[in-house]
Write a protein that binds this ligand. Structure first.
Ligand SMILES: [Zn+2]
Ligand SMILES: [Zn+2]
Length: 73
């Protein structure tokens, strides 16, 4: 029983790059201001790797962000 008119809220807690949990407070129904991602800088280039339907919906996880920064973007 899936309702196509509802947003894919379950996927909001999944990192769109690695498919693991992103630990996002917003996905857990809490304030996004307390989320770890609110205090991080996400390079624009990392969003180019995110499938369009996930942009603005699901957070990238810290592991992917760290790996991206380590590799110099
Ligand atoms: Zn990830
Ligand atoms: Zn978040």
């Amino acid at each position: 029983m899936t309702d196509p008119s509802k947003p894919m809220i379950e996927s909001a807690g999944i990192c769109p790059l690695c498919g693991r949990g992103n630990g996002c407070a917003g996905a857990a129904g809490r304030s996004h201001e307390g989320c770890w991602c609110a205090g991080e800088v996400f390079p624009q280039e990392i969003f180019e790797r995110v499938p369009e339907e996930f942009i603005g919906k699901a957070c990238i996880c810290k592991e992917c962000l760290d790996a991206f920064k380590r590799n110099g973007g």
